[in-house]
Ligand binder design. Structure first.
Ligand code: F6P
Length: 357
């Protein structure tokens, strides 16, 4: 008998179900005596023992289905060692539930924070396999995460739609793309959507440079400008602040997000109105793109293979177009950010895109 647990943790994305299906099919096609337990709402389910036995019908028809059949929640890694309101030791509770079900392994799907907790559970002696999920594409050790390509499609669609109305009205538009810490999604959607200015957390901007990029377009006879701005875009002055100081500043900010502050500043300097569009959580919704469905099927199948081979403690990653097992201890806690000197950034600049730096 093989007993496997599964959970999805952190912000959801389009391809979680596709990835779980990949693992389940990879296991059920090769093992007769199999039980898969789904923990509900992320680590919460593992902590409080909320789970259900999943059958093959649970994994049918979910390749194209967004969200997660198990539900998800955010359980910050930094609080994992802090007892809950009733004094419960969360790590101990997770271990007990794992042992109570006599699991051979637990498959954990999630982003950076989720991965850190997965690694903690590995250190505590549990058999863990991690599948890298996030629309942010910021997991170190894998070229791509699932959800990223699907989110690019949605953010690009948003920019495409804004393009036509911006052109009709000769306006400056900001499309705010998800990503507080990293700008992968903004960079790719910005390029795919033909944004004129792209502002990323990794490349602090100078508002004067942003404004002059718009003015240059006007001089060249272009009536409109599209900015793709990451949620975590930051000015050069703000980038000099300590994390604590910046957090304080943002708490006091009268703007709902950085894009509105940038819009206000551009508007003041140009004497014209700037519109902001925030596609927000639509970027995590809907069905996965074919790319993500294929990626998840491949990662899921390799996850199943690792379980069958009893080779635990890995993230199943895509490295140079090959699916690989990457030891969690080598990657947990590291963030994959956009290198301001990366080829893709240089190429974007070569085509006239301004990063405001
Ligand atoms: O980590 C994925 C992500 O969608 C980020 O891009 C975004 O900044 C954040 O989650 C939003 O979090 P929440 O769903 O908790 O508002």
């Amino acid at each position: 008998m093989l007993r496997v647990g599964m959970l999805t943790s952190g912000g959801d994305c389009q391809a979680l179900n596709a990835a779980m299906r990949g693992v389940a099919k990879g296991l059920s096609s090769n093992v007769e005596d199999l039980e898969i337990y789904g923990f509900l709402d992320g680590y919460k389910g593992l902590i409080y023992g909320n789970y259900r036995l999943l059958t093959s019908s649970d994994f049918s028809g979910i390749l194209t289905k967004g969200g997660t059949i198990l539900g998800s929640s955010r359980q910050p890694f930094k609080l994992m060692r802090t007892p809950d309101a009733n004094g419960l030791d969360k790590v101990e509770a997770m271990k007990q539930n794992y042992y109570k079900l006599n699991l051979d392994c637990i498959v954990i799907l999630g982003g950076n924070g989720t991965q850190k907790t997965a690694n903690l559970l590995r250190e505590e002696g549990l058999n863990v396999i991690h599948l890298p999920k996030t629309i942010d594409n910021d997991i170190f050790g894998t070229d791509v995460t699932f959800g990223f390509q699907s989110a690019i499609n949605i953010a690009t669609d948003a920019i495409d739609c804004i393009h036509t109305t911006a052109a009709s009205h000769n306006r400056v538009f900001i499309v705010e793309v998800m990503g507080h810490k990293v700008g992968w999604l903004t960079l790719y959607a910005g390029l795919a959507g033909g944004a004129d200015i792209i502002l990323l957390p990794e490349i602090p901007y100078d508002i004067k440079k942003v404004v002059s990029a718009i003015e240059n377009r006007t001089k060249a006879g272009k009536g409109f400008t599209i900015l793709a701005v990451a949620e975590g875009a930051i000015s050069k002055e703000d980038a000099k602040l300590s994390k604590k100081e910046y957090k304080k500043k943002m708490e006091k900010s009268p703007y709902p997000s950085v894009s509105y502050e940038i819009a206000q500043k551009i508007g003041e300097k140009l004497g014209s109105e700037v519109r902001v569009t925030v596609p927000g959580h639509t970027q995590r919704g809907g069905s996965p793109t074919p790319y993500d469905r294929v990626l998840c099927t491949r990662l899921g199948a390799e996850g199943a293979k690792a379980i069958l081979e009893k080779d635990f403690g890995h993230m199943i990653a895509m490295v140079n177009n090959e699916v690989r097992r990457v030891p969690l201890e080598n990657v947990a806690g590291k963030l994959k950010t956009v290198d301001p000197n990366a080829q893709i950034v240089k190429e974007a600049k070569l085509t006239g895109i301004s990063f405001g730096d």
